[in-house]
Design a protein around this ligand. Structure first.
Ligand code: IFM
Length: 440
């Protein structure tokens, strides 16, 4: 039986935290929150299963922060909801929203946790749909203004801040694959969003810097691509997958370029003079967040638009998302950041975790041994990286609570804490107690 005793082997300066996001937990029915593109998408594509109530973190946040403290963790990653703060338009502030994040930050600090806020975790106010959301550079400018507002309002309450969570999901998953809001399936929309979301990040960095000296980062999600076999066509397909999924974002952020291979298929769809924006996109950062979950098997697949690959599932043990356990990928990407991009930058694993088909047992407890195994395997990879002198500084378990898992609604449970969505009861799972056993 796996346990998490290995957490004792981490240096005392290592940060352990847990991560959440606004739309997934807060409940937008509370506190005057406005509508986001996810409400619209849920209504049109998900039979109305949305984040209206979510975990009602808006009312339960004090209990939730207590739960984090009870884990023995020392940090909390959360996101600000843009539609909560500016529900109607870009000028009129919702004071209940302002007050909510003030109370939340005060509680986090009072509990001796380090806040790791993120400015954008996908809940774009729905009004931006009228101007095609992230396909329009005006949205980037408005995001910079929002960033400025946050730093003015709360700037003295946190040190580190991330601009955008997972730009690949904001762009490719949402505009090419159509799986997330706004649900488009159009290569041109995807490519302009792949560029604009990075521009939004760069403009946000500039806006944050005018106010104070925060340690600014961005959170990228990397996925390992494993060629189906050693045939040349599958090896090439894997390189293209990596170039679009991973290198597009890290090359732009760290080097101010886009990878040649991805450009060969996407370049025609980029805005004119896009390279001027790359200067803004590649402003130096103080830290980088890496979200890591799984790998994909990559197979050549001819496609009209030149995206000549297909992603398949392999035969390794899988989570309830049908994602394979592939912990080796985590150390692979940590190493890649240090060896290929920047050997000094602090790396935080800002998300890692698994969905499990958790059920309450007869004692009203949740025995999520598979999750304990998942954490153990991934933390072992991080320990290896630390021994090699790589600059990984922290680990955030995704997630604190079972929550709204986007297109899957409430059917996928990622939490360290089980949530009964009928009455908002929170029940710590076995994995929760495993962390606290060794960290407290
Ligand atoms: O729930 C999401 C989170 O919002 C972003 N990263 C991946 C998680 C699991 O799918």
């Amino acid at each position: 039986m796996n346990n998490l005793s290995l957490v004792k082997n981490f240096p005392s300066s290592f940060i352990f935290g847990t991560a959440t996001s606004s739309y997934q937990i807060e409940g937008n029915k509370y506190g005057g929150c406005g509508k986001s593109i996810w409400d619209d998408f849920a209504r049109k594509k998900l039979n109305g299963i949305d984040g209206l109530n979510a975990c009602n973190h808006y009312e339960y946040f004090e209990e939730d922060i207590k739960l984090i403290k009870g884990l023995g963790f020392n940090a909390y990653r959360f996101s600000f909801s843009w539609p909560r703060l500016f529900p109607e338009n870009n000028n009129d502030i919702n004071m209940d929203g302002v007050d909510f994040y003030k109370r939340l930050l005060d509680k986090i600090l009072e509990s001796d946790l380090e806040p790791f806020p993120t400015l954008y975790h996908w809940d774009l106010p729905v009004r931006f749909s009228k101007i095609e959301g992230w396909e329009n550079k005006d949205t980037c400018k408005r995001f910079a203004e929002f960033s400025y507002f946050i730093s003015q309002q709360y700037g003295d309450l946190f040190k580190k801040i991330a601009t955008v969570n997972e730009p690949w999901c904001v762009s490719w998953l949402s505009h090419y694959l159509g799986e997330h809001a706004p649900g488009k399936q159009n290569l041109k929309s995807a490519v302009s969003t792949m560029h604009n979301i990075l521009l939004a990040h760069g403009l946000s960095v500039e806006a944050l810097k005018t106010n104070n000296s925060h340690e600014i980062g961005i959170v990228l999600n990397n996925q390992y691509g494993e060629p189906l076999d050693q045939k040349e066509e599958n090896l090439n397909a894997t390189k293209l997958f990596d170039s679009i999924h991973n290198r597009w974002f890290s090359d732009a952020i760290f080097k101010g370029t886009y990878p040649e291979l991805a450009l060969s298929v996407l370049g025609d769809y980029l805005p004119k003079n896009y390279d001027n924006d790359l200067i803004v996109i590649s402003h130096p950062l103080k830290w980088i967040g890496l979200n890591y979950y799984t790998r994909s098997i990559i197979k050549y697949h001819k496609s009209e638009d030149g995206i000549n690959y297909k992603t398949l599932r392999g035969s390794l043990k899988k989570t309830d998302m049908d994602w394979e356990y592939f912990p080796e990928g985590l150390s692979y990407f940590i190493k890649r950041i240090n060896k290929e991009y920047n050997d000094k930058i602090p790396i935080y694993i800002t998300e890692n975790g698994m969905a499990n088909d958790d059920k309450l047992n007869s004692k009203e407890e949740v025995d999520d041994d598979d999750r304990i195994e998942f954490f153990d395997l991934h933390l072992k990879e991080i320990l290896k990286c630390l021994r090699e002198g790589l600059t990984v500084k922290g680990y955030f378990a995704w997630s604190l609570l079972d929550n709204y898992e986007w297109a899957f609604g409430y059917t996928k449970r990622f939490g360290l804490v089980y949530v009964d969505f009928d009455n908002f009861n929170r029940i710590p799972k076995k994995s929760y107690y495993e962390f606290s056993k060794y960290l407290i």
